[in-house]
Design a protein around this ligand. Structure first.
Ligand code: SF4
Ligand code: FES
Length: 248
């Protein structure tokens, strides 16, 4: 395949960025999107030009770092996959592909296509944990019965990889889907009950402090989420938040 790439280039957080055109050839359908960018970067390095900076680590849909806006969609045109799992067979010979970083005030651009998603880490630090007595009296987790439906829903919520596609897809740059997944994975389990009220209040407050927008129930986040995190988690978080607020 021969392709035209229009890629966002930005020197650093303070510089103004712009779209730059690149021509690329010899791309196979079986290549991943990141492998295609590797080919481009090898070409650029061979020509003495600066390679395009983009984030990646596991390249198998686990780490959530490969956050790219491709033709206006987070993680590109396929569903339930991350950018590293997107194959070039989704595109046609002669296509023009627009590649941009995830856009949100709370995700400032570091360089080119790489953004700072540490706001998500700070939301997690605010309450995404449980306190367990490990002084020798620890109770085996399996000794506490858990309703199968709750266990399945908690597991599904825990599959959120913190990629930020939900924020990039949302017209308000809301982080409700991410935060609600992180709240739900504890709210559904007995082990999460002790700190439930403090957790939801702290995580939602941190989410607001980071500058994410409000949820207006558009649902774009659920559609673009590579892990299929359900909007039901947002409803659950709202119930948890209301109940914690009423307790004072
Ligand atoms: S909810 Fe989905 S889209 Fe949002 S951070 Fe988690 S995995 Fe990514
Ligand atoms: S590089 Fe880890 S999810 Fe894509």
């Amino acid at each position: 395949m021969n392709l035209t790439l229009k890629i966002w280039r930005q020197k650093d957080a303070k510089s103004k960025g712009k779209m730059v055109d690149y021509q690329i050839s010899g791309i196979e359908g079986d290549m991943s999107f990141l492998e295609m960018l590797d080919v481009l970067n090898e070409d650029l390095i061979a020509k003495g030009e600066e390679p395009v900076v983009f984030d990646h680590d596991c390249r198998e849909g686990i780490c959530g770092s490969c956050s790219l806006q491709i033709n206006g969609e987070p993680h590109g045109p396929d569903r339930l996959i991350t950018t590293c799992q997107l194959h070039m067979r989704m595109f046609n010979d002669g296509d023009t592909i627009y590649i941009e970083p995830f856009r949100a005030k709370a995700f400032p651009v570091i360089k080119d296509l790489m953004v700072d998603r540490s706001a998500f880490d700070r939301i997690q630090h605010a309450g995404g944990y449980i306190s367990v007595n490990t002084s020798g009296n620890t109770i085996d987790a399996n000794a506490i019965p858990v309703n199968k439906e709750n266990a399945d829903d908690a597991f599904a919520a825990a599959t959120c990889i913190g990629c930020g596609a939900c924020v990039a897809a949302c017209k308000n740059a809301s982080a409700m889907l991410f935060t609600s997944a992180k709240v739900s994975q504890f709210a559904l389990l007995p082990q999460g009950q002790v700190e439930a009220s403090e957790r939801v209040l702290a995580m939602v407050n941190q989410m607001d402090e980071e500058g994410f927008g409000n949820c207006t129930n558009t649902g774009a986040c659920e559609i673009e989420c590579p892990k299929g995190i359900s909007l039901e988690n947002i409803a659950r978080m709202n119930r948890e938040y209301l109940s914690a607020s009423l307790k004072g």
